[in-house]
Design a protein around this ligand. Sequence first.
Ligand SMILES: [Zn+2]
Length: 337
Amino acid sequence: MGSQDVYCAICSGPFGGAIKIRKPEDNPDEHYDPELIDGTDFEWIRELRCLGLNHYDEGVTRAFLSGRGTYSYGFSLEVEVRGEDPNEPSKDERPLYELYLDMFDDPVFPFHEACYALLARSLYDSADPACIDKDVLYKVMHELVDGTTLRLDYGELLGADQFWYSHPGEEYIACNPSVKHGNNAALQAMLHNKALLHRPPPLDLSARIPTDPFAALPYDVIHTLTTYLDTLSTFSLLKASPYILHFTTPNPTFWKRMIRWEFFHWYPEAASFFACTEFPEGFDFKGAYLWLREVTAPVVGLKGEFMGVANRKRIWNACTELGDYYIEEINREDQGE
Ligand SMILES: [Zn+2]
């Protein structure tokens, strides 16, 4: 025990002071580039709590959310001050939480407060984590536990080794994923991006359209059809049908809807930005959609102002998967199984 790090149950990211930022004398292979994360707030990495199970004398067990704890290398979390959850054991009862593997008590699952807030948002569209059913979440996490994290798709994550490895190119994983309302400075770049200020003319695909079976459908039918498709299926359709590609490319309503569907639920700052911004005549909303996809994609080597948002997208995907298990468990309990 103690010979490795443990990771956030929601994002699989590191805790405490695990990340290393390169100093002039350091080996660049094992450190984050300070120029990419200059001025970044790392405090969120130190703000962690855990979800555990408390046993009562009468045999009742209840999940609890601990107060904010301090993590050091190894499996331990020390909570100096109890949180608001009345089910949390006192420090006398449980002075130290052994994360994931507890020889004497049930496992305890650690996570960043920021990630727990994102889970609440993905499950209930609420910024208040109090809406999460902790007993259900505990049960689900217990079923998914896999060593020092959970069996979830956390995206491409190179750093979560035996000890956290500050892999150059993964700097965005250390960036705060929290929603920051009113922080639309990065999105404003869209309005100054010359490539987006003018919609491209419709593609001339007339030679191919006669062979396209979708060309027999009126546009409003096609519009309705696309509302039933997810993003991947929509793009497959656009690829398969020159007729639909021809009509959707210059259509702002279609691309605004695509932006709303793909981004607004996990990127509410973008929702506010699109609601409050007057876009110039002829603005290329398809281009804006593709640009947003690119700048927020959680990929190794990401740089720039969207690193925190990209980290949120990566975490959101894990929250969605965890949420599916959670909802399944809620439904099972509702049916009395
Ligand atoms: Zn996390």
